[in-house]
Ligand binder design. Sequence first.
Ligand SMILES: Nc1ncnc2c1ncn2[C@@H]1O[C@H](COP(=O)(O)OP(=O)(O)OP(=O)(O)O)[C@@H](O)[C@H]1O
Length: 476
Amino acid sequence: MEKKVKLTSKERSSSRGLEMAVQQLKALRLIFENIHDGACVTDAEGVITHFNRPYGRFLGVDPQAQIGRHITEVVENTRMHIVARTGKAEMNESQSIKGQNMLVQRIPIKENGRVVAVYGQVIFKDVKDVGKLAQKLSELESRVRLYQKELNSLRSTRYTFESIVGSSEPMTRLKSEALKAASTNLAVLIAGESGTGKELFAQSIHNASSRRDKPFIRLNCAAIPKDLLESELFGYDKGAFTGAKTAGKPGKFELAHTGSIFLDEIGDLPLEMQPKLLRALEEKEFERVGGNRMISSDFRLLAASNQNLEEMVAKGTFRSDLYYRLNVVPLHIPPLRERGRDVLLLADHILQQIVDGTPGREVTFTPAAEELLVRHNWPGNVRELNNVIERTLATCEGDRITPADLPFYLHRNQLAVSPEQHSLLKDVVAKAEKSAIVDALKIAEYNKVKAAEILGIHRTLLYKKISRYGISLIPG
Ligand SMILES: Nc1ncnc2c1ncn2[C@@H]1O[C@H](COP(=O)(O)OP(=O)(O)OP(=O)(O)O)[C@@H](O)[C@H]1O
């Protein structure tokens, strides 16, 4: 029979102490093995005394087999043995191990002021996270690139020189001048009546230039309220004014960086804005509204106007210095009535565009209808022609468009002047224009937005013309 050993109280307490020490040692070992990071301990000479499994896994070595080896034989670029000598901890240092930059801590363990061991920890987790972050970042970067590309294509343009229909002499000459301008970085000023294709030319120049893959930013100076124009052009910083978005907003010049900016209806730019614009054009630098840093932007300037800027300069309503800055390459787009049979080319082109997609439908104009189109004075130019054909097709059932299918006002507003009567041209045009506006207003039941649509002109231009001709808005 086994005899029970009776322990004295002193023996009992030291056995409990031993048990606790064993438990603590076990816990320490578990912690050491289970921390995610690589950890090792060396003695004061740099000889490995502990080496955990994660570190072994990372280095591809058996952790137990490393014990007893010098740290320099196991870990490249190590400084554990140096820390053992200096006694100075090295925290959050970077160390290249297996081609990766790891974050390491080297902590000297001292007893009575003497280094007895060095604890080293290599942080993989963070490095892994950094790796993941780097991967995420590059994914995000490629997504940003994609969005940027899509944004550019949305912002940018549909038209190229191939889209410009016209083989009349003035149009052929103009296209070749514009093509030449596209190969330079010079400012272009496109003049022409409303609807003549100024934006079409601006887009085509951009698309034929070396900036074609970059943004094409458009701003209609007439469509933006005066007090918002500056922030539209130059952007604003947070808190610039009540209602400003907290984050601020880039302006058109900033968005046009590396691309082109198209300032449409530049003649409507308020006089007080003109020096600011001139400065931005000269210096290619500006400040956002409410901002305090200069922003530089590499943009190419394209501007357009349906007003006679030279006359405006003479009257003092447009600054001459700005005019010369804009007018480096002047392009003048002739009105449709001066393009002869281009009207028919355009009419056919528009017709095909609309009919295209309606299987089996082939529509043509009768010679009499063609004659009417050629003889009309087209105050709204190509945009008006577009609208006329759209409206005609919507109501015409057959495949032949006859004069009867064309809007009534086309029969009345015919340009009956010979080249010799050139001095009278202005008057005739004005008369015809006024009458076309009156007719359009009647058709639109005095709705100005609709009337502008019928005429193919912007409503701001219609308002101006209504007031210029003193047209009554009361049905008579
Ligand atoms: N030569 C052309 N060939 C084909 N389409 C044209 C031509 N000229 C103009 N257009 C078309 O006519 C419409 C008006 O052109 P655009 O907007 O470029 O004129 P605009 O002179 O800029 O007008 P606005 O002065 O009112 O701003 C557009 O739909 C454009 O595609």
